[in-house]
Write a protein that binds this ligand. Structure first.
Ligand code: ADP
Length: 154
């Protein structure tokens, strides 16, 4: 069985993440969208909220499940029996960063393969960081979010 994890913070999940998962569905028997918990990192949205959103967004996709983990992504991947990690590439800086992480993960994760999908042009400008800035600035982030996610503007 081909299992992939799609690790990230998903703070919050964006339309770019959703498009990537949808495009990867035909490639794997199961995709685990997994929230990595880093106790040093400050998040805008609590873990429970981010999990709830992921569950709502992927509810209609039976081969996708949602989870959260602490510790190294490579160790989590071995624990759940996933030989593949799914990651998105939006631009050259994603590539530089992801290349190193992928090479490290392959060693720590004992051969785990990172599979990259190039972002579609209509999603390549979207990042959780930008979405958080819009929300903090009381702007409307809905053009960048899946329809299941409603964030009140204050
Ligand atoms: P992290 O906290 O590791 O930066 P993110 O939640 O921001 O994680 O992103 C997880 C993965 O989703 C990364 O591989 C990232 O490249 C990818 N990704 C994020 N936004 C997009 C997008 N707009 N299009 C395609 N891939 C994306």
């Amino acid at each position: 069985m081909k299992v992939a994890i799609f690790p990230g913070s998903f703070d919050p999940i964006t339309s770019g993440h959703v498009d990537l998962v949808k495009r990867a569905i035909p490639l794997f028997d199961e995709i685990i969208v997994a929230i990595g918990i880093n106790s040093q990192k400050k998040y805008l949205f609590p873990l429970e909220q981010r999990i709830k959103w992921l569950e709502e967004v992927f509810a209609e996709m039976p081969s996708v499940r949602v989870d959260a983990y602490e510790g190294l992504t490579a160790h989590y991947s071995m624990k759940v029996g996933a030989r593949y990690m799914l990651r998105g590439l939006r631009n050259a800086s994603d590539f530089d960063y992801e290349k190193t992480i992928s090479q490290l993960n392959s060693i720590v994760g004992e051969g785990v393969e990172t599979i990259f999908l190039i972002s579609k042009p209509e999603y390549s400008h979207i990042s959780s960081t930008i979405v958080r800035e819009i929300i903090k600035g009381h702007g409307d982030a809905s053009p960048f979010l899946p329809p299941q996610i409603q964030i009140e503007q204050h």
